[in-house]
Design a protein around this ligand. Structure first.
Ligand code: SDX
Length: 433
C-alpha cells in the first residue's frame, strides 16, 4: 500500500520574509524529496519545473531507477536478473501485484490472460477505415481508444475486480491488436491467437504465419521477443506513464488513459526512438560515414541527434541496453545474419563512447539503440517498432494506473503555471481598433 515515506527532516524556504517549513521525506532507495504541496498555501508562490527534471509526481513502489549507477529494479528485482531468469507474463504479475507469483498463482494469472486474447469481432471493422500505409502507431492509438467502447464496466474504477479484469484484457489483447495492425499493413489476413502457445510465441505466430502454410515459431526468437517485452515493461514516471497517470487521475476509462500513453510514446524523443534509431543507422549506411554523423550530433545548429543515445535519467549505461546488445547477438547468430546495420551500430557505439562530447554529457546507448537492430532482423518493419514497445509497456502503464487509483492521497492532476501574457485590459470594439 502507498504512503510508506518517512519524514527525516525539514527544509526551510524563505520567500519575501515568510519562512515556510517543508517536510523532507525518505523512501527505500534514491534521493529524498521535499514535500512542497503546502508552498502555495503557506508562501503564496508556485514552484516551477518545466520537464520535471527535479520534480516527483507521486510515491511509487513499482520501479526504481538509479541513473548515475545504471540500476533498474522492478519491485526490487534487477532488470538483468528478470530478463535472464523470468518471463514477460511473470514480470507482468510482479509489476501488477508486487510479488513474484507462486506456481499456482502464475498458472491462474497466465490462464486468465490466455482466456482474453481474442478481440471483439467488431473491432476488426475499425481497420477498414485506415489507409493500408497508415503509420501503425496511428492505428494503435485509435484502436486502443476504441476498445473502451466495448467495456463500459471498466469505467467503475472503484471495483478492484473490474479494474483487474480491465488490466488482464489489455495485457491479453495488445498482442492480438498489434499483430492485426501489422497484417493490415501487409495486406495479409488476420491470424487469430492460438491459446496453446506462450505469450511471445502466440504474438510471433499472429504476425508471421499465413493460412497458406504451416508456421513454427523459432524458440530462440520467441525467447528474444519475450526478453524484449520484459526490457520495455515499465520505467518509473517516464513521459507516457505520466500521461497515463494524468489521464487516469480524472477517472477516465482505463483504455482511454492507455490510448493517451500510446500517443505520447509515439514521439521520437521517447518510444519512437527505436524507429528513428534504425532509420538513422540505415542513413549512416557504412562505418566510414559515422564521423560525419557524430559531428552533426555535436553541432548546436543542427537538430540532428544520435537516436538511441542519451536519457533524462541514465547518466550511465542503460542496463536494458546491455541486455539488449547480448540479445541482438543471440538473434543475429541464430538467423546467421551479419547486417550492415549491426556493424554500423557496434562501431557507432564504440566511437561515441570514446568521444569527449558524449562522455562529458554522459550520453550512453539507451534501450532503443539495439532493439531496432533485433526487430529488423526478426522481420518487423521499422514503423512497427514502437507498437511493440507499447505492447510491452502496457503492463507498466496499467500497474502505475492502478497504483495511482489505489493511492488514498490521489487527486486529479492539475499543474499550475507562471503567467507572462498581457496584463488585464478592457475589450476594445472593432470600430475603435
Ligand atoms: C526512452 O524517460 C524514460 O524512461 C524513457 C524510456 C522508457 O523506457 O520509458 O527510457 C524510453 O524514451 C529512451 C530515450 C529514447 N530517445 C532517444 O534515444 C532520442 C535521442 N535522445 C535525446 O533526444 C535525449 O537524450 C532525451 C530526449 C532522451 C533526453 O533528453 P533530456 O534529458 O531533455 O536531455 P537534453 O535534451 O537536455 O540533452 C542534454 C544535452 C543537450 O546538450 P546541451 O544543451 O546541454 O549543450 O545532451 C545533448 C543535448 O543537445 N544530447 C544529445 C543527445 N541527447 C542529448 N546530443 C546528441 N545526441 C543525443 N542523442
Amino acid at each position: 500500500m502507498i504512503n510508506k515515506t518517512k519524514q527525516t527532516g525539514t527544509a526551510k524556504l524563505e520567500v519575501k520574509g515568510t519562512t515556510v517549513e517543508l517536510p523532507i521525506l525518505s523512501g527505500t532507495h534514491g534521493p529524498d524529496v521535499v514535500d512542497v504541496k503546502r508552498v502555495y498555501a503557506d508562501a503564496g508562490v508556485f514552484t516551477l519545473d518545466p520537464g520535471f527534471t527535479s520534480t516527483g509526481s507521486c510515491e511509487s513502489q513499482i520501479t526504481f531507477i538509479n541513473g548515475e549507477e545504471g540500476i533498474l529494479l522492478h519491485r526490487g528485482y534487477p532488470i538483468d536478473q528478470l530478463a535472464d531468469q523470468s518471463g514477460f507474463l511473470e514480470v507482468a504479475y510482479l509489476l501488477l501485484n508486487g510479488e513474484l507469483p507462486t506456481q499456482p498463482e502464475f498458472s491462474e494469472f497466465a490462464g486468465r490472460v490466455t482466456q482474453h486474447t481474442m478481440l471483439h469481432t467488431q473491432m476488426d471493422s475499425f481497420f477498414d477505415g485506415f489507409r493500408r500505409d497508415s503509420h501503425p502507431m496511428a492505428m494503435l492509438t485509435g484502436t486502443v481508444g476504441a476498445m473502451s467502447a466495448f467495456y463500459p464496466g471498466a469505467m467503475d474504477s472503484s471495483d478492484p475486480e473490474e479494474r483487474n479484469l480491465a488490466y488482464i484484457r489489455l495485457i491479453a489483447k495488445m498482442p492480438t491488436l498489434a499483430a492485426r495492425i501489422y497484417k493490415y499493413t501487409q495486406g495479409q489476413p488476420f491470424v487469430d491467437p492460438l491459446n496453446e502457445l506462450g505469450y511471445a510465441e502466440n504474438f510471433l505466430r499472429m504476425c508471421f504465419s499465413v493460412p497458406a502454410e504451416p508456421y513454427k515459431v523459432s524458440p530462440t526468437l520467441a525467447r528474444a521477443m519475450d526478453k524484449i517485452f520484459i526490457l520495455h515493461a515499465d520505467h518509473e514516471q517516464n513521459a507516457s506513464t505520466s500521461t497515463v497517470r494524468l489521464a487516469g487521475s480524472s477517472g477516465a476509462h482505463p483504455y482511454a488513459a492507455v490510448a493517451a500513453g500510446v500517443a505520447c510514446l509515439w514521439g521520437p524523443s521517447h518510444g519512437g526512438a527505436n524507429e528513428a534509431c534504425l532509420n538513422m543507422l540505415r542513413e549512416i549506411g557504412s562505418v566510414d560515414r559515422i564521423p560525419e554523423f557524430i559531428e552533426r550530433a555535436k553541432d548546436k545548429n543542427d537538430p540532428f541527434r544520435l537516436m538511441g543515445f542519451g536519457h533524462r535519467v541514465y547518466k550511465n549505461y542503460d542496463p536494458r541496453a546491455t541486455v539488449m546488445q547480448k540479445t541482438a547477438h543471440e538473434v543475429l547468430d541464430e538467423l546467421g545474419i551479419d547486417t550492415p546495420v549491426l556493424r554500423v551500430a557496434k562501431e557507432l557505439e564504440r566511437i561515441a563512447l570514446e568521444d569527449e562530447y558524449f562522455k562529458s554529457k554522459k550520453l550512453y546507448p539507451n534501450v532503443d539503440f539495439y532493439s531496432g537492430v533485433i526487430l529488423d532482423a526478426m522481420g518487423f518493419p521499422t514503423e512497427m517498432f514502437t507498437v511493440l514497445f507499447a505492447l510491452a509497456r502496457t503492463v507498466g502503464w496499467v500497474s502505475q494506473l492502478n497504483e495511482m487509483i489505489e493511492d488514498p492521497t490521489q487527486r486529479i492532476g492539475r499543474p499550475r503555471q507562471i503567467y507572462t501574457g498581457a496584463a488585464k485590459r478592457d475589450f476594445v470594439p472593432i470600430s475603435q481598433r
